[in-house]
Design a binder for this molecule. Structure first.
Ligand SMILES: O=C(O)[C@H](O)CO
Length: 318
């Protein structure tokens, strides 16, 4: 029997390609840039697996182009909003993600971004680069400490919990979280399960780490932002559309909240003249949550193994 065909939509780690090549006939869009749509539609024809990233729109047209041979879409990500999951389910095409291997990297980055905002690191660094570092000034670029503050987390999965675990030793007064369910793992940290309203009203730092779904799109809109303390800081490392961008711009401009750190935005990428990029009280990073060498290699290998496992060893009930 000929080896099943797999199309890889981007240049990824050779280790992952080697894993695929042990069992499959592999075609790669060998570039750091997104595969052009016409090329994607052409190259998926007759494949059994697609190895994709969050930049590829795997919609009905792509599934149609692949045809009935397609058994699995393996994405090198936790998020799946770039894949038409509903359509995949209808066609019994398995969608595989890489949730376990990137959570530490994402949690660590979320903490990094929070500290960058609370300690106003970029303003300081910019002052140095712009030649504005003068003699020591008693009240210059003063930030906020973690000690005795309330940390609020929206979405207490692997990343949310990882953030709480990392920040607990900073001497927080309370850790509160909201999720669809109370998480037993929160008990170990003394984290309290509360309503979304309570997270918004009582937190000094609000971390968005829930998945993007129909229910969480624009969860953080003007109404939600108006409930937050004027000293509060909002961090989003999950997905951009969970926060309603124009409402956040307004809240940061008016002083409704004190600051924001965004590793994900809507739109993404943000143009460099976007108001969020121009504001001193907003730190924007370019979707760096899982960018460690270790996590990215693990994500690539995991995706390859997801594809070969499905094609060769099992077909989970769908
Ligand atoms: O979904 C994910 O895994 C990330 O956003 C990609 O880095």
């Amino acid at each position: 029997m000929p080896a099943p065909k797999v199309f890889v939509t981007r240049r990824v780690h050779q280790e992952a390609i080697d894993l695929l090549k042990e069992k499959c006939d592999v075609d790669i869009w060998d570039s750091d840039e997104v595969v052009p749509r016409n090329e994607l539609l052409k190259r998926v024809k007759g494949v059994a697996g697609i190895f994709c990233t969050i930049s590829d729109n795997i919609d009905v047209e792509v599934l149609d182009a692949a045809g009935p041979s397609l058994k699995i879409v393996g994405t090198m990500s936790v998020g799946t909003q770039h894949i038409s999951e509903f359509e995949c389910r209808k066609r019994k095409i398995y969608v595989a993600t890489t949730p376990d291997v990137a959570a530490d990297s994402a949690a660590e980055f979320t903490v990094t971004l929070l500290l960058m905002v609370t300690r106003r690191c970029l303003e300081g660094e910019k002052a140095v680069k712009d030649g504005h570092w003068g003699k020591w000034k008693p009240m210059w670029i003063c930030g906020t400490e973690m000690l005795n503050r309330t940390l609020g987390i929206i979405g207490f999965g692997r990343v949310g919990f990882g953030v709480a675990r990392r920040l607990k030793p900073f001497g927080l007064k309370r850790i509160i979280y909201h999720d669809v369910h109370k998480a037993s793992m929160g008990d170990d940290l003394g984290a309290e399960f509360v309503s979304l309203d309570t997270v918004l009203r009582e937190s000094d730092f609000v971390i968005v780490s829930c998945a993007l779904t129909g229910l969480t799109r624009h969860l953080i809109d003007g109404e939600a932002l108006a409930k937050m303390k004027s000293s509060a800081i909002l961090i989003n490392t999950s997905r951009g559309p969970i926060v309603k961008t124009p409402d956040l711009v307004e809240a940061l401009k008016s002083g409704q909240i004190a600051g924001a750190g965004l590793d994900v935005t809507d739109p993404e990428p943000l143009p460099k003249d976007h108001p969020l990029v121009q504001m001193d009280n907003c730190v924007v990073t370019p979707h760096l949550g899982t960018n460690t060498t270790k996590a990215r290699l693990a994500m690539a290998k995991n995706t390859a193994l997801n594809i070969t496992s499905l094609l060769f060893f099992n077909s989970p009930e769908m």
